[in-house]
Design a protein. Structure first.
Ligand code: 0L1
Ligand code: MG
Length: 259
């Protein structure tokens, strides 16, 4: 794919996010779009955001549950990036800034040292983790009806949109990180629940896999980055007026209102 086309598609997706307008998936026009090309579009999109003065908080992993991978018929998760404008201190999700947001509960890792693949292990990740924190990720695919193929969603920065972090921080050795139970309620009604082993058997596996995937591009995870490891619960569609409340064993509660 020509550089000019990569740039054109990245601009198109940035514009869709800005205009809060769902758009046809890229593969409708480019049916042969490869995963490699999709990451090139994502990289261009990241450069556009950095060029606009946004700060990258860190990468995220997506499609980390066996259920989601099966749904898209893939055997490897994907990654994208979280920027400063996606994170806010107030516990409010402004729905008029988004298209069709969904929420999922995750565990985020904050690194104390760099992690560089290709052979990063789960133990390396645990040794390089300063803290883990609970996070509610809001995903908002820019595509019509939240429907896409794997290359589409990679190009669209893995549907990244907003993140709400909790205030409880734990050292990784303070918890059984694969046995964290999570409940996700909306308006007081339990919508989903899960255990953190839903994330590639252990959320630290997700970070290790991410470091190893990035190494194929000559990239690494950096100290201080906050890494979203993937949904423990399924993603739940949000509507104006919703009160979202999630609880993690040992990591407290995160809540926000949809306005
Ligand atoms: O964070 C995620 O798991 C999202 C990955 C993209 C798939 C989706 O938008 O459902
Ligand atoms: Mg996610």
């Amino acid at each position: 794919m020509e550089n000019e086309t990569i740039k054109k598609i990245a601009d198109f997706l940035v514009e869709a996010e800005k205009e809060k307008k769902e758009v046809p998936r890229i593969t409708a026009e480019y049916p042969d779009l490869s995963v490699e090309e999709a990451y090139a579009i994502q990289e261009e999109l990241v450069n556009i955001r950095l060029g606009q003065g946004h700060r990258m908080i860190g990468p995220k992993m997506g499609l980390t549950s066996h259920a989601k991978m099966k749904q898209l018929n893939v055997d490897e998760p994907i990654y994208g990036y979280i920027f400063d404008y996606m994170v806010t201190d107030e516990n409010v999700l402004h729905v008029n800034e988004l298209i069709h947001p969904k929420v999922e509960a995750e565990i985020a890792f904050i690194l104390s040292s760099d992690l560089e693949g290709p052979d990063v292990t789960t133990e390396d990740v645990l040794a390089s983790t300063e803290y883990v924190v609970p996070a509610l990720e809001v995903i908002d695919s820019r595509y019509q009806n939240f429907q896409f193929t794997l290359p589409d969603v990679i190009a669209d920065n893995a549907s990244s949109s907003r993140v709400f972090f909790g205030s409880v921080m734990k050292k990784p050795d303070e918890m059984e990180l694969d046995l964290v139970g999570v409940t996700l309620a909306i308006n007081g009604e339990l919508r989903d629940l899960g255990a953190s082993a839903a994330v590639l058997d252990h959320p630290a596996n997700s970070v290790a896999m991410l470091a190893n995937m990035l190494s194929r591009k000559g990239k690494k995870l950096k100290a201080g980055q906050v890494i979203l490891t993937g949904g423990i619960t399924g993603a739940q569609l949000l509507s104006q007026g919703d009160l979202v409340s999630a609880k993690w064993d040992g990591l407290g509660t995160v809540e926000f209102k949809v306005e």
